[in-house]
Design a protein around this ligand. Sequence first.
Ligand code: SAH
Length: 403
Amino acid sequence: MADATTGSDAVLRLKPGREKSLRHRHPWVFSGAVEAVQGDPAPGGTVALVAADGTLLARAAYSPSSQIRARVWSFDPRIAIDADFFRQRIARAVAARAAMLDDRNSGCRLVHAESDGLPGVIADRYGDVVVVQLSSAGAERWRDAIVDALAAVPGVRCVFERSDADVRALEGLEPRIGVARGDLPAPVAFLEDGLAYRADVVAGQKTGFYLDQRDNRRALRSFAAGREMLNVFCYTGGFTLAALAGGAARVTSLDSSGAALAEARENIAANPALDGTRAEWLEADAFATLRKFRDAARSFDLIVVDPPKFAPTAAHAERAARAYKDVNLWALKLLRPGGLLATFSCSHGIDAEFFRKIVAGAALDAGADAAVIGRFGPSADHPVALAFPEGDYLKGLLIRKAT
Ligand code: SAH
């Protein structure tokens, strides 16, 4: 046993039968699956995961205060978990994105947690800045190694830490925001499909920008020409700029965050090739505003609906379903015949088929004869490991309304 567990501080022994998900390469061990912990692992320390029959299965990070008691670093139990391990995993993730960064694109997610073999680690690149978010005890334990490896990526001048996700509390971790390496430029600027954007990495949502929607903004740009568009939940104007670049006639964008809208205006201004007079910005509640638009007989021939996470977990699904239905119902009412609706959900608690049913219900109640003509998912830099379906959160539908 001593030999087999070299490199781990301790051993986490599973209950009989509970090794099955690990054999399928699912990276989480829930507290209920744990028979015993031998040794005295510190939070985030490495444990050897051992089946009831003594088989050594994986090396994992120990999270004593979370229901997810251990997260696998490696399914090869011979591999040591050290700074070199993190250098290699990060290099592998960065290499997989090489083709996504070019002279028109300098924004990209470099590390996408479990699906890149690094649970609790997210890293987004905006030009020469990398924003890292650590959300598990294991990621926190290896913070220095992770930050060093990101700082060593060619062209990176600053690593900024945004470890302020709510889930840190479940791991017993305090939030941490600040420069980890180098110096932070102001503003943080990057390109997406040739369009200039800024990311508020210090106080913006997520790490400052919704990189997961890049491929979908690209798609929207391809069918925006000549259309009058409504961008609901626009944040800093990602879909708005893409539509204007694609030749949209006019775009009305709304969000409840004044800070996001101020950034959106800066984004338009940073692109002299875009006609900012075609953009109308409204700081308002989406639910109330769509109803007001209906009362005012306003209509559009392209609508994007990209709400915040109404259902972070399945427990919120029912209430969230009502909110998704409501906003899609009113969007479909505002859509002209022949118009397109690009509608999204980033809720973990609502899967693609449930979302399709919600939108179908909205169409029925709106009296719209509508069909799905396309489906959306996260951009290619947000992989979903086949063994980790929990990573699949962003889904979207492109709907065409006939009448
Ligand atoms: N489509 C955006 C991301 C949207 S994130 C992009 O591509 O960048 C969701 C947005 O919804 C956030 O900007 C948040 O401020 C906004 N929001 C949340 N609740 C809202 C409400 N009730 N009305 C309007 N906007 C809201």
